[in-house]
Ligand binder design. Structure first.
Ligand code: SF4
Length: 220
């Protein structure tokens, strides 16, 4: 069985047409992600905004200089709370049983055993549905790859300096499995229809998608 990336599962949850159209395309890393990721390596240690910005420039020399303001503000937000130091960063994990793979941003020696880093601001309360799906997938992958069965994982919303524990619920696992099944069907040649509740107004493919992929039967 071909494996699907966990970000692909999340993309498929948002819209299977989007997953279909983006398959095989190399997406450029967003500048927000570059900054958030670099800050995440320093969480649990003293945070120095100037030093972190120098690291960002070393990683991405062409980054918009205006991002330094964001970097400073995010470091400031992160400095308002205690963070755990990761035992390991960027650990690849997978589940043969489910056919998924991904990379865990931060792993710890104690529960909660892992955290994923997000470059979006935290929601007013709780955790975004897409992040709950990510955590549900990583819990399964951690058990299969590392032999650790975590109860849940932490979502670290770096721009807000927030770390929120997510214990996946049955509805999160159901949503993940539905999205994964749709992704596997697409990998096996299925052409998805545009879902009724597709989030087109927030989709960067709105121009090119022209209402979603169509099946041959839709055209005849
Ligand atoms: S524009 Fe709408 S239907 Fe097309 S990929 Fe985006 S969300 Fe899906």
């Amino acid at each position: 069985m071909a494996t699907v990336s966990i970000s692909g599962v999340v993309a498929c949850h948002r819209c299977p047409v989007r997953y279909f159209l983006e398959r095989g395309t190399e997406r450029t890393e967003s500048e927000r992600y570059t900054v958030a990721k670099q800050i995440s390596y320093a969480l649990g240690k003293p945070l120095d905004p100037k030093a972190l910005w120098r690291e960002v420039l070393a990683v991405s020399p062409g980054i918009d200089p205006a991002m330094e303001t964001e970097c400073t503000a995010w470091v400031d937000a992160c400095g308002q709370r205690e963070w755990r130091t990761a035992a390991e960063h960027d650990v690849p994990v997978s589940s043969e049983e489910l056919g998924i793979r991904g990379t865990i941003d931060r792993i710890f020696d104690e529960e909660p055993y892992f955290a994923i880093v997000r470059s979006s601001g935290a929601p007013e309360a709780g955790i975004y549905a897409s992040d709950r799906i990510r955590i549900a997938c990583f819990v399964v992958c951690m058990e299969e790859t590392l032999g650790i069965r975590p109860n849940g994982g932490v979502v670290e919303y770096v721009p807000s300096g927030a770390a929120r524990l997510c214990i996946p619920q049955p509805r999160d696992r159901r949503a993940a499995l539905r999205a994964l099944a749709a992704a596997h069907r697409i990998e096996n040649g299925d052409v998805p229809r545009k879902p009724r509740n597709a989030p087109c107004e927030r989709c960067h493919l709105e121009e090119t998608c022209s209402g979603g992929a169509r099946r041959l039967s839709d055209l005849l």
